[in-house]
Design a binder for this molecule. Structure first.
Ligand code: GTB
Length: 217
């Protein structure tokens, strides 16, 4: 059964790979699963056909036969459960890898998203400048804790897993700010993740879409 995911017709990042379809592409590449991409415009995301798959009118989504999923975490968990390569076989190691997926999404990503919000959504508010240092400090605090746990290990818990895929995807969002470089072990961790052939293929696929000229309307 073919897998179809959705992505921005044109990502606001111009192909830096920061939109969340990249992490789903990456998981599919790690799992060796071919997939197709349906590109959606900003307006199409809010239309009934897309809302039937994604109640919040966003990307990414995942369709396979009569299964339709949304939320990048749920999609990657589904891929990791169905195919080898992203979750360990041992029950306890598997539970720990899943814990890292949740930690990435619930504990590390929220302060990083606050940075995006204060920069791009609230940037013109009179209090935005005052708020920024608080937001950056919260990120630093999380990165400090994460880098203490990672130590000099290659990945968070033994072999590369969906937990690392999710954590690296979340940390990549910090690249434009430069904050990640304050934590050399985390910068190296992200670089190791980016060097994986599966990530490279996922990145190149989204870049090809975002670098191509828009079709004439
Ligand atoms: N919790 C959901 C998930 O993990 O799947 C969040 C999905 C989400 O935020 N989707 C965004 C979206 O569809 C795209 S990824 N937004 C359109 C809308 O809400 O109307 C977020 C994103 C957007 C842009 C950049 N960028 O330009 O760098 C990076 C990430």
């Amino acid at each position: 059964m073919s897998i179809v995911i959705t992505a921005f017709e044109r990502s606001p990042d111009g192909g830096m790979g920061l939109a969340r379809d990249t992490r789903v592409r990456w998981a599919l590449e790690e799992a060796g699963q071919p997939y197709e991409v349906r590109l959606v415009s900003r307006s199409a995301m809010k239309e009934p056909a897309h809302l039937a798959v994604h109640p919040f009118g966003q990307i990414p989504t995942y369709e396979e036969g009569d299964l339709a999923l949304f939320e990048s975490g749920a999609i990657i968990f589904h891929i990791a459960e169905r195919h080898a390569g992203l979750l360990p076989q041992d029950g306890n190691a598997r539970a720990r890898a899943i814990t890292w997926m949740f930690a990435a999404l619930n504990t590390v990503e929220p302060p990083i998203l606050e940075l995006v919000t204060v920069r791009f959504v609230e940037g013109d508010k009179p209090w935005a400048k005052e708020r920024m240092p608080l937001v950056v400090e919260r990120i630093r605090s999380r990165l400090h804790q994460l880098s203490a746990r990672l130590g000099d290990a290659e990945w968070l818990d033994g072999a590369f897993s969906a937990g690392d895929l999710m954590m690296a995807s979340v940390l990549l969002r910090l690249k434009p700010s430069g904050i990640i470089n304050e934590f050399p072990s985390l910068a190296a961790y992200v670089a190791r993740a980016e060097a994986r052939p599966a990530y490279q293929r996922a990145f190149a696929a989204q870049l090809a879409i975002n670098a191509a000229p828009l079709p004439a309307s």
